[in-house]
Design a protein around this ligand. Structure first.
Ligand code: SAM
Length: 342
């Protein structure tokens, strides 16, 4: 504690700048891996502020790279920080940071898509699902090619309360390509409304925090970046298995600009297509001439419930695959000599 009464114990001691770290360890960004770094600590502080109050928190940072966001996290008075980085080149620079914050930071050299985060979080941070979110946070600026599959995986984990969510409603603050961030947060009827909007919003309170212009990164990516904050809901807005919701939403959006009826039809085998589509929309009380983007989460809940009811009445319906039926049909119409006979 200083004479002014300010706590200084959680602040990092003076360190080389991120730019110097990059030079020192020859960390040239690999374009093919979409590595774009944030060197401006005011920006990394801003991202971390949007994660909420991190005092005494357990934080996992995914893809720390040269460690800009890492420094901002370490400066917030966290209890512990776990970083998961895939690229070996960054490990020495991260070790330098870990030495500057003794006992606070653990480095995992691994792939976040396969790393079992649930094993890494300390048990005493666990909170009841129905209670407040645990003091556990995930923060990351990952390549776009990783952040989208990762959020889909984590949304399924939220639905099943496993993975990083065995600890309760773990909050996440993640970056995405701006267009993806817009889809995640898009409201009913907006141009960006898509599958991702429904999947994220039926499970989470999703908030768009701010946009980082591409020019803030080194090297500069072609697109701007959106920071998005997720808090899992106590009660998901749709109470059906994740895979069922995912199927209904995917099919309904398969003809984005057409009436929703057109996409819903693809849930059913040709022989019963029209009858079951009409039945499903009627049970759900959804106007067949609405476009998929005009449907609210409540309407997707009704559609998922209706589809579940039809699946329980029609054996094998859930496993029916529209694309497979199309493929078979095409095969049948091919001349004999072009068929792939095994
Ligand atoms: N967070 C740093 C920043 O903001 O400056 C680096 C951002 S860079 C866009 C993405 C980082 O994620 C890189 O360091 C990259 O090596 C790492 N990364 C990429 N794929 C990963 C994965 N599957 N698991 C863990 N880290 C990954």
């Amino acid at each position: 504690v200083t004479t002014t009464g300010k706590m200084i114990s959680s602040r990092l001691p003076p360190l080389p700048t991120i730019g110097e770290i990059i030079k020192l360890y020859k960390l040239r960004a690999k374009k093919q891996l979409s590595q774009n770094f944030l060197l401006d600590l005011r920006l990394t502080d801003k991202i971390v502020r949007h994660a909420g109050n991190l005092k005494n928190a357990y934080v996992c940072e995914v893809g720390p790279g040269p460690g800009g966001i890492t420094r901002s996290i370490l400066n917030t008075g966290i209890a512990e920080l776990l970083v998961v980085e895939k690229d070996t080149r960054f490990i020495p620079g991260l070790q330098l940071l870990a030495e500057a914050a003794p006992g606070k930071m653990r480095i995992i050299h691994g792939d976040i898509l396969t790393y079992k985060l649930e094993r890494a979080f300390p048990k005493h941070f666990q909170n009841m699902w129905e209670g407040d979110p645990p003091n556990v946070h995930i923060i990351g600026n990952l390549p776009f090619s990783v952040s989208t599959p990762l959020i889909i995986k984590w949304l399924e984990n939220i639905a099943n309360r496993n993975g990083p969510f065995v600890f309760g409603r773990t909050q996440m603050t993640l970056t995405f390509q701006k267009e993806v961030a817009e889809r995640l947060t898009a409201s009913t009827g907006s141009r960006q409304r898509s599958r991702l909007s429904i999947m994220a919003q039926y499970l989470c309170n999703v908030k768009s925090c701010f946009t980082i212009p591409g020019r803030a990164f080194v090297p500069k990516p072609k697109v701007d970046v959106g920071v998005v904050h997720f808090v899992p809901l106590v009660q998901p807005q749709i109470n059906q298995p994740f895979k069922l919701v995912e199927k209904v939403v995917r099919h309904t959006f398969s003809f984005k600009r057409k009436y929703c009826r057109r996409g819903v039809e693809t849930l059913f085998p040709e022989a019963q297509r029209l009858q079951l589509t009409e039945q499903m929309l009627c049970i759900a009380d959804v106007d067949p001439t609405l476009r998929p983007g005009e449907l609210s989460i409540t309407q997707f809940r009704a559609l998922s419930d209706a589809y579940n009811q039809l699946c329980s009445e029609n054996q094998n319906l859930f496993t029916y695959d529209f694309r497979e039926e199309l493929r078979q049909k095409k095969l049948l119409h091919k001349p004999n000599n072009q068929r792939n006979v095994r």
